[in-house]
Design a protein around this ligand. Structure first.
Ligand code: ADP
Ligand code: MG
Length: 261
């Protein structure tokens, strides 16, 4: 781990016509953290993730990712930053199986990390066997190995979200930006997704997760609060929840309710 933040954003401003979606946003994300960005709908969270991932520009300000000024990088350099993201609306192919979905994503990537936090070799292209292996590994991490040959319509919402995360992991990223990964999921499934992120974090991957749910942010280490395009606070999470423990507690609670019935 380095002491330099993996993300350093300064004065980031984005306007849509007269609307200021991001208003002079400063943000430091320490390396190796699970960071929540929380705020009500319309507060600018997705716009900020779009800028952080290099998917859209800003009207003013700078964003350094692993020391690289993202707005000055050419697209192929951005693709090699070791950065992956998932979207607010799950983006997976309905007509492909789970494993094919991950392989398609893996085949698109050049697994070269500039950060060298997660060791990834400087290979230029993966062979078919390597794509197969890294895709199976990604499915294993999200706990979907037994669903590899299923199609997305045979999966629950939580499982589909995990396919989206596995696709992101096929890039062997050092930094994952996730937009509302627990949106529309029940609490048990949301905790499972947080378990996946906590596991990834233990392997050294930095996670930035957007959510509008305060209880989900309790699984992270730091919480940035946004309102009307501004960062209004940035604080450590005092008593971070452990997804595995919470999942167990929830199961026991449900058992107790069933016994009482
Ligand atoms: P959040 O993700 O926190 O719900 P967004 O970043 O999606 O918020 O949106 C912030 C504000 O910017 C909202 O008022 C939204 O309507 C506006 N906005 C976002 N994207 C666009 C766009 N492409 N064109 C116009 N307005 C947009
Ligand atoms: Mg959003």
């Amino acid at each position: 781990m380095t002491s330099e933040p993996i993300i350093a954003a300064r004065g980031v401003t984005r306007r849509f016509g007269g609307l200021v979606a991001l208003d002079n946003v400063d943000l430091d994300v320490p390396c190796g953290i699970v960071q929540a960005i929380i705020g009500p709908n319309g507060s600018g969270k997705t716009t900020l993730l779009n800028a952080l991932s290099g998917a859209s520009h800003a009207d003013a300000g700078s964003i350094r990712i692993g020391g690289n000024e993202i707005f000055r990088l050419k697209p192929h350099r951005i693709a090699r930053l070791g950065l992956a993201r998932t979207f607010q609306t799950i983006r997976i192919f309905e007509n492909l199986s789970v494993i094919e979905n991950v392989k398609v994503a893996a085949a698109c990537h050049t697994p070269t990390s500039l950060f060298n936090i997660v060791t990834s070799n400087a290979r230029q292209q993966q062979s078919e066997a390597e794509i197969n292996n890294s895709s199976r590994e990604a499915l294993e991490i999200v706990g979907l190995s037994d669903r590899a040959e299923h199609t997305p319509n045979q999966l629950s919402g939580g499982q589909q979200q995990r396919v989206a995360i596995a696709r992101a992991l096929s890039n062997q990223p050092s930094l994952v930006l996730a937009d509302e990964p627990t949106g529309n999921l029940d609490s048990r499934t949301s905790i499972e997704i947080m378990g996946v992120f906590q596991k990834l974090n233990e392997q050294g991957i930095t996670i930035v997760m957007v959510t509008h749910e305060l209880d989900i942010a309790q699984y992270t280490k730091r919480m940035v609060v946004m309102r009307d395009g501004k960062v209004v606070s940035d604080t450590p999470v005092p008593k971070r929840l452990n997804a595995e423990n919470e999942s167990r507690r929830l199961q026991e609670e449900q058992k107790a309710v069933q016994l009482a019935d």
